[in-house]
Design a protein around this ligand. Structure first.
Ligand code: BT5
Length: 320
């Protein structure tokens, strides 16, 4: 019912409790209760004895009704599960992805104001206080598991485009999953999947963007390597808007990927690469390899030219 009340509150400057009750077919007390609920969520609503209720401002919370208002996607974000706090949106998304048969559709989004156990790759921690965007999208692509790296690259391209669109800030992509501003990390992507030999069961794409977070809030051990949009811009920006544009762009690029048109995505990735052309060291688990990053393969692997001229393809690793 809160959604309906919000709709009416937005339509007029003032609307009386009586009219609202009539429109919704409930009692005035029920309307009052819903108004209190909205206030508790952060909506500022005044009430005038003669005129009724008036919506003064909306909170910058990532509430589904705010994100979905004016969202022009066909399926990404049509269903949003919202949590003021949870362990990790990827964990919940993975649990939900198992329930496809029970109506968890492709494009379902899990979003949280903060995470108590945000995850990075390889068991690393992801710091996720209030003010960031921590979200995961559930996908069921009919693609081979070899597409997984391309999904991460595609998401990186989408994030870069969205940040540019919303803030005009120039960003770069550090292979495979970091978005940087002036060499500092502003966003990380965590793609997880379950697959059979040649078919993906589900994919969960998690993104974490430091939006309205103050520099001093970051833990000391990562502060020097980390930034937020607020720090770079010197002001806060609307996270709801950013999420809306992200979901729209994501649907567009994911559509290309599903049609196996990776070419555009790879080209856009290369244009914004922080990695290509650089001499780097990559930790690939069992060893560290050194060389020049010369290209990205069609599958999304990093192509490294070693000192002796040998070319190697790295599917997954961490640049150190
Ligand atoms: C990543 O891992 O960069 C993937 C991060 C994905 C986070 C999202 S949030 C929504 C969804 N739900 C989750 O639980 N996770 C996803 P990796 O490349 O392993 O980088 C992790 C490293 O980044 C850490 O070891 C820190 O050094 C650094 N780090 C941690 N928190 C950070 C932050 N908020 N901003 C920038 N760097 C951070």
């Amino acid at each position: 019912m809160t959604n309906d009340i919000l709709k009416y509150l937005r339509e007029k400057e003032y609307i009386s409790g009586e009219v609202l009750a009539q429109k919704l077919g409930v009692s005035r007390v029920a309307v009052w209760k819903q108004i209190q609920k909205l206030k508790n969520m952060g909506y500022r609503i005044t009430s005038d004895q003669n005129l009724g209720y008036c919506l003064l401002s909306r909170p910058d919370l990532l509430l589904p009704q705010e994100i979905q208002r004016g969202l022009s996607t066909n399926y990404i974000g049509k269903e949003i599960f919202y949590f003021p706090k949870l362990k990790s949106t990827n964990i919940i998304a993975k649990e939900k992805a198992l329930h496809r048969a029970e109506g968890i559709n492709e494009g379902t989004v899990i979003i949280a104001e903060r995470q108590s156990a945000g995850k990075g790759r390889l068991g690393r921690k992801w710091f996720s206080p209030e003010g960031g965007i921590w979200l995961s999208i559930i996908l069921y692509p009919r693609l081979s598991p070899s597409y997984i790296s391309r999904i991460t690259l595609m998401t990186a391209v989408v994030v870069v485009k969205v940040i540019e669109k919303c803030t005009q800030i120039k960003t770069q992509i550090k292979w495979p999953n970091d978005i940087l501003i002036n060499n500092k990390k502003v966003c990380g992507i965590l793609t997880e999947m379950s697959a059979e030999l040649d078919i993906i069961n589900w994919v969960v794409v998690g993104i974490g963007v430091n939006v309205n977070i103050k520099r001093q809030e970051f833990p000391k051990d990562i502060r020097e390597r980390t930034t937020s949009l607020k720090e770079v811009l010197g002001k806060e920006i609307s996270r709801v808007k950013l999420v809306q544009i992200f979901l729209q762009e994501f649907e567009k690029y994911y559509g290309l990927l599903k049609k196996k048109e990776s070419f555009t995505i790879l080209n856009e990735w290369k244009l914004r690469s922080h990695t290509l052309g650089k001499k780097i060291k990559v930790n690939i688990g069992e060893k560290i390899v050194t060389g020049e990053a010369i290209d990205i393969s069609e599958e999304g692997a990093l192509i490294l030219k070693k000192k002796d001229g040998e070319l190697i393809e790295i599917i997954s690793g961490t640049i150190i």
